[in-house]
Design a protein around this ligand. Structure first.
Ligand code: SF4
Length: 307
Protein backbone atom coordinates (compact mmCIF):
# COMPACT_ATOMS: atom_id res chain seq x y z
CA UNK A 1 0.00 0.00 0.00
CA UNK A 2 1.13 3.54 -0.73
CA UNK A 3 2.69 5.31 2.26
CA UNK A 4 0.27 7.58 4.11
CA UNK A 5 2.89 10.24 4.69
CA UNK A 6 5.79 11.67 2.71
CA UNK A 7 8.81 10.15 4.36
CA UNK A 8 12.29 11.56 4.05
CA UNK A 9 13.51 8.30 2.59
CA UNK A 10 10.87 8.55 -0.18
CA UNK A 11 11.92 12.12 -0.88
CA UNK A 12 15.58 11.08 -1.16
CA UNK A 13 14.78 8.13 -3.40
CA UNK A 14 12.81 10.42 -5.74
CA UNK A 15 15.62 12.94 -5.75
CA UNK A 16 18.60 10.55 -6.09
CA UNK A 17 17.03 7.34 -7.41
CA UNK A 18 18.47 5.28 -4.58
CA UNK A 19 18.82 5.03 -0.84
CA UNK A 20 20.69 7.92 0.80
CA UNK A 21 21.97 7.48 4.33
CA UNK A 22 22.12 10.40 6.78
CA UNK A 23 25.24 10.66 8.90
CA UNK A 24 24.81 12.56 12.19
CA UNK A 25 27.93 14.24 13.47
CA UNK A 26 29.17 16.40 16.30
CA UNK A 27 31.19 19.16 14.64
CA UNK A 28 32.19 20.90 17.87
CA UNK A 29 29.58 23.66 17.93
CA UNK A 30 28.11 25.06 21.14
CA UNK A 31 24.77 26.65 22.05
CA UNK A 32 23.89 30.09 23.43
CA UNK A 33 21.39 28.43 25.74
CA UNK A 34 24.21 26.46 27.37
CA UNK A 35 27.29 28.66 27.24
CA UNK A 36 25.80 31.45 29.35
CA UNK A 37 25.00 33.84 26.49
CA UNK A 38 21.28 33.29 26.95
CA UNK A 39 21.37 30.75 29.74
CA UNK A 40 23.60 27.99 31.02
CA UNK A 41 20.91 25.46 31.89
CA UNK A 42 19.72 24.73 28.37
CA UNK A 43 16.31 23.47 27.35
CA UNK A 44 14.83 21.36 30.14
CA UNK A 45 15.08 18.15 28.10
CA UNK A 46 18.59 18.71 26.75
CA UNK A 47 21.39 16.33 27.49
CA UNK A 48 24.05 16.79 24.85
CA UNK A 49 25.23 13.22 25.19
CA UNK A 50 21.88 12.09 23.82
CA UNK A 51 22.34 13.96 20.53
CA UNK A 52 24.37 11.56 18.48
CA UNK A 53 26.69 8.61 18.79
CA UNK A 54 29.70 10.88 18.41
CA UNK A 55 28.47 13.34 21.04
CA UNK A 56 29.65 10.81 23.62
CA UNK A 57 33.03 10.12 22.13
CA UNK A 58 35.88 12.47 22.68
CA UNK A 59 38.66 13.02 20.23
CA UNK A 60 37.10 11.98 16.92
CA UNK A 61 37.86 14.45 14.13
CA UNK A 62 35.08 15.44 11.78
CA UNK A 63 36.71 13.44 9.00
CA UNK A 64 36.88 10.36 11.22
CA UNK A 65 33.24 10.69 12.16
CA UNK A 66 32.23 11.00 8.51
CA UNK A 67 34.37 8.04 7.45
CA UNK A 68 32.86 5.92 10.27
CA UNK A 69 29.34 7.01 9.26
CA UNK A 70 29.96 6.12 5.63
CA UNK A 71 31.36 2.75 6.57
CA UNK A 72 28.35 2.00 8.80
CA UNK A 73 25.84 3.12 6.12
CA UNK A 74 27.58 0.98 3.52
CA UNK A 75 27.65 -2.10 5.71
CA UNK A 76 24.22 -1.81 7.34
CA UNK A 77 22.14 -0.33 4.48
CA UNK A 78 24.30 -0.86 1.40
CA UNK A 79 24.06 2.90 0.88
CA UNK A 80 26.32 4.55 -1.67
CA UNK A 81 25.25 8.13 -1.14
CA UNK A 82 25.19 10.12 2.09
CA UNK A 83 23.91 13.35 3.63
CA UNK A 84 25.99 14.94 6.34
CA UNK A 85 23.79 16.06 9.19
CA UNK A 86 25.24 18.66 11.54
CA UNK A 87 23.12 17.62 14.47
CA UNK A 88 24.69 18.21 17.87
CA UNK A 89 24.18 21.60 19.53
CA UNK A 90 23.47 24.72 17.39
CA UNK A 91 25.32 24.31 14.14
CA UNK A 92 25.30 27.92 12.99
CA UNK A 93 26.45 29.30 16.32
CA UNK A 94 30.00 30.44 15.80
CA UNK A 95 32.41 32.53 13.81
CA UNK A 96 31.72 32.58 10.07
CA UNK A 97 35.12 31.07 9.22
CA UNK A 98 34.50 28.25 11.69
CA UNK A 99 31.19 27.51 9.90
CA UNK A 100 32.85 27.58 6.48
CA UNK A 101 35.60 25.24 7.61
CA UNK A 102 33.16 22.73 9.13
CA UNK A 103 30.64 22.65 6.28
CA UNK A 104 33.40 22.47 3.65
CA UNK A 105 34.48 19.14 5.08
CA UNK A 106 31.83 17.49 2.91
CA UNK A 107 33.89 18.34 -0.17
CA UNK A 108 36.52 15.82 0.92
CA UNK A 109 34.09 12.94 0.38
CA UNK A 110 32.87 12.15 -3.15
CA UNK A 111 29.85 10.18 -2.00
CA UNK A 112 28.33 12.95 0.13
CA UNK A 113 25.42 14.48 -1.76
CA UNK A 114 23.81 16.66 0.90
CA UNK A 115 24.37 19.12 3.70
CA UNK A 116 21.85 19.34 6.56
CA UNK A 117 22.25 21.92 9.31
CA UNK A 118 20.31 21.83 12.57
CA UNK A 119 20.25 24.99 14.65
CA UNK A 120 18.29 27.43 16.80
CA UNK A 121 16.17 30.07 15.05
CA UNK A 122 17.99 32.84 16.91
CA UNK A 123 21.37 31.68 15.57
CA UNK A 124 20.97 32.60 11.92
CA UNK A 125 21.58 35.70 9.81
CA UNK A 126 22.26 36.74 6.20
CA UNK A 127 25.99 36.08 6.38
CA UNK A 128 25.50 32.50 7.60
CA UNK A 129 22.74 31.77 5.11
CA UNK A 130 24.97 33.11 2.39
CA UNK A 131 27.60 30.51 3.30
CA UNK A 132 25.04 27.70 3.38
CA UNK A 133 23.42 28.82 0.13
CA UNK A 134 26.69 28.38 -1.79
CA UNK A 135 26.49 24.62 -1.24
CA UNK A 136 23.18 24.45 -3.08
CA UNK A 137 24.87 24.36 -6.46
CA UNK A 138 26.43 20.95 -5.79
CA UNK A 139 24.48 19.52 -2.87
CA UNK A 140 21.03 18.87 -1.47
CA UNK A 141 20.85 21.48 1.30
CA UNK A 142 18.42 22.09 4.12
CA UNK A 143 18.33 23.84 7.47
CA UNK A 144 16.30 22.58 10.44
CA UNK A 145 15.23 24.96 13.19
CA UNK A 146 14.45 23.71 16.66
CA UNK A 147 11.08 24.99 17.82
CA UNK A 148 9.02 22.54 19.85
CA UNK A 149 5.79 24.52 19.86
CA UNK A 150 4.43 27.82 18.56
CA UNK A 151 3.14 28.72 22.02
CA UNK A 152 5.42 31.20 23.80
CA UNK A 153 4.14 30.06 27.17
CA UNK A 154 5.43 26.56 26.43
CA UNK A 155 8.72 27.88 25.05
CA UNK A 156 9.14 29.69 28.38
CA UNK A 157 8.33 26.56 30.37
CA UNK A 158 10.92 24.50 28.53
CA UNK A 159 13.52 27.27 28.79
CA UNK A 160 14.11 27.70 25.06
CA UNK A 161 15.01 31.36 25.53
CA UNK A 162 13.61 32.36 22.19
CA UNK A 163 10.12 33.16 21.01
CA UNK A 164 7.99 31.88 18.15
CA UNK A 165 8.62 35.23 16.44
CA UNK A 166 12.33 34.28 16.18
CA UNK A 167 11.33 31.14 14.32
CA UNK A 168 9.05 33.09 11.97
CA UNK A 169 11.87 35.52 11.24
CA UNK A 170 14.39 32.72 10.64
CA UNK A 171 12.04 30.88 8.26
CA UNK A 172 11.29 34.05 6.28
CA UNK A 173 15.00 34.85 5.99
CA UNK A 174 15.91 31.30 4.98
CA UNK A 175 13.25 31.46 2.27
CA UNK A 176 14.93 34.53 0.83
CA UNK A 177 17.94 32.32 0.15
CA UNK A 178 15.80 29.56 -1.37
CA UNK A 179 17.02 27.04 1.21
CA UNK A 180 14.73 24.17 2.22
CA UNK A 181 13.59 24.75 5.79
CA UNK A 182 12.51 22.22 8.38
CA UNK A 183 11.01 22.54 11.86
CA UNK A 184 11.56 20.35 14.91
CA UNK A 185 8.40 19.80 16.90
CA UNK A 186 7.82 18.06 20.20
CA UNK A 187 4.53 16.40 21.06
CA UNK A 188 3.65 16.12 24.73
CA UNK A 189 5.39 19.22 26.07
CA UNK A 190 4.52 20.24 29.66
CA UNK A 191 1.20 22.00 29.98
CA UNK A 192 0.13 21.32 26.38
CA UNK A 193 -3.14 19.67 25.43
CA UNK A 194 -3.77 17.91 22.13
CA UNK A 195 -5.61 21.08 20.98
CA UNK A 196 -2.47 23.14 21.67
CA UNK A 197 -0.44 20.74 19.55
CA UNK A 198 -2.97 20.88 16.70
CA UNK A 199 -2.93 24.69 16.92
CA UNK A 200 0.84 24.49 16.40
CA UNK A 201 0.30 22.37 13.29
CA UNK A 202 -2.36 24.70 11.87
CA UNK A 203 -0.17 27.77 12.37
CA UNK A 204 2.92 26.10 10.91
CA UNK A 205 0.93 24.75 7.95
CA UNK A 206 0.57 28.34 6.69
CA UNK A 207 4.33 28.83 6.68
CA UNK A 208 6.73 28.13 3.79
CA UNK A 209 8.27 25.02 5.32
CA UNK A 210 9.71 22.10 3.42
CA UNK A 211 9.88 19.53 6.18
CA UNK A 212 9.05 18.70 9.75
CA UNK A 213 10.62 16.44 12.35
CA UNK A 214 8.54 15.05 15.18
CA UNK A 215 9.79 14.14 18.62
CA UNK A 216 7.88 12.65 21.48
CA UNK A 217 8.82 14.35 24.73
CA UNK A 218 11.00 11.88 26.58
CA UNK A 219 13.11 12.13 29.68
CA UNK A 220 16.84 11.53 29.59
CA UNK A 221 19.24 11.42 32.48
CA UNK A 222 20.85 14.51 33.97
CA UNK A 223 18.26 17.00 32.77
CA UNK A 224 15.90 19.37 34.52
CA UNK A 225 13.09 17.37 32.96
CA UNK A 226 14.30 14.29 34.81
CA UNK A 227 13.85 16.13 38.13
CA UNK A 228 10.38 17.25 37.06
CA UNK A 229 9.50 13.69 36.09
CA UNK A 230 10.75 12.23 39.37
CA UNK A 231 8.79 14.92 41.27
CA UNK A 232 5.64 13.94 39.35
CA UNK A 233 5.41 17.43 37.87
CA UNK A 234 4.90 16.21 34.31
CA UNK A 235 2.84 13.57 32.57
CA UNK A 236 4.29 11.89 29.50
CA UNK A 237 2.22 10.73 26.55
CA UNK A 238 1.38 7.06 26.35
CA UNK A 239 2.23 5.20 23.16
CA UNK A 240 -1.40 5.26 22.02
CA UNK A 241 -1.78 8.96 22.80
CA UNK A 242 1.38 9.77 20.84
CA UNK A 243 0.29 7.75 17.81
CA UNK A 244 -3.20 9.25 17.83
CA UNK A 245 -1.98 12.86 18.18
CA UNK A 246 0.80 12.38 15.63
CA UNK A 247 -1.52 10.99 12.96
CA UNK A 248 -4.00 13.80 13.48
CA UNK A 249 -1.13 16.31 13.38
CA UNK A 250 0.04 14.87 10.05
CA UNK A 251 -3.45 15.28 8.63
CA UNK A 252 -3.20 19.04 9.25
CA UNK A 253 -0.03 19.78 7.26
CA UNK A 254 0.53 19.96 3.50
CA UNK A 255 0.98 16.59 1.88
CA UNK A 256 4.17 17.65 0.12
CA UNK A 257 6.03 18.41 3.35
CA UNK A 258 8.82 15.98 3.96
CA UNK A 259 8.52 14.08 7.24
CA UNK A 260 12.08 14.06 8.48
CA UNK A 261 11.26 11.84 11.43
CA UNK A 262 8.12 10.42 13.06
CA UNK A 263 9.50 9.16 16.35
CA UNK A 264 12.43 10.32 18.47
CA UNK A 265 15.55 8.25 18.70
CA UNK A 266 16.26 7.65 22.35
CA UNK A 267 19.64 6.52 23.64
CA UNK A 268 18.89 3.38 25.67
CA UNK A 269 21.62 4.18 28.17
CA UNK A 270 20.25 7.63 28.90
CA UNK A 271 16.51 7.11 28.57
CA UNK A 272 14.52 7.47 31.80
CA UNK A 273 11.02 7.33 30.28
CA UNK A 274 8.93 6.38 28.38
CA UNK A 275 10.41 3.00 27.51
CA UNK A 276 7.92 2.29 24.76
CA UNK A 277 10.05 4.61 22.61
CA UNK A 278 12.61 1.84 22.37
CA UNK A 279 10.49 -0.21 19.98
CA UNK A 280 10.49 2.05 16.96
CA UNK A 281 9.40 -0.71 14.60
CA UNK A 282 6.22 -1.34 16.62
CA UNK A 283 5.40 2.38 16.85
CA UNK A 284 5.77 2.84 13.10
CA UNK A 285 3.43 -0.10 12.58
CA UNK A 286 0.90 1.46 14.96
CA UNK A 287 1.09 4.75 13.10
CA UNK A 288 0.31 2.92 9.86
CA UNK A 289 -2.61 1.13 11.57
CA UNK A 290 -3.96 4.41 12.95
CA UNK A 291 -3.90 5.93 9.46
CA UNK A 292 -5.77 2.88 8.16
CA UNK A 293 -8.31 3.03 10.96
CA UNK A 294 -8.97 6.70 10.30
CA UNK A 295 -8.86 6.15 6.52
CA UNK A 296 -6.64 9.18 6.40
CA UNK A 297 -3.28 10.44 5.19
CA UNK A 298 -0.93 13.42 5.55
CA UNK A 299 -2.71 16.57 4.38
CA UNK A 300 -6.26 15.23 4.63
CA UNK A 301 -7.38 18.10 6.87
CA UNK A 302 -4.88 20.70 5.66
CA UNK A 303 -6.62 24.03 5.13
CA UNK A 304 -4.91 25.94 2.39
CA UNK A 305 -5.13 29.74 2.49
CA UNK A 306 -5.57 29.70 -1.31
CA UNK A 307 -9.12 29.36 -2.64
S1 SF4 B 1 18.89 24.71 21.82
FE1 SF4 B 1 19.48 22.59 21.45
S2 SF4 B 1 21.60 22.41 22.20
FE2 SF4 B 1 20.75 24.30 23.01
S3 SF4 B 1 20.00 23.75 25.04
FE3 SF4 B 1 18.28 23.57 23.65
S4 SF4 B 1 18.26 21.43 22.92
FE4 SF4 B 1 20.27 21.84 23.91
Amino acid sequence: MKQRYYSFSSYLRERFGERVHRISINAGFSCPNLDGTKDSGGCIFCNNKAFSYFANLEGFSLEEQIAAGIEYGRRRFKAKKFILYFQSFSNTYGDINFLKEKYSCIKKFDNIVGLAVSTRPDCIDEEKLNVIERFKEDYEVYVEYGLGSVHNKTLGLINRNHKFADFQKAVALTQEYGINTGAHLILGLPGETASDMFATMRILSKMPLWGVKFHCLHVVKDTHLEQMYRNNEIKLLSEDEYVNILVRALELIPKNWVILRLVSDADRNLLVAPFWLNDKHRILKKIEEEFNKRKSYQGLRYESTCN
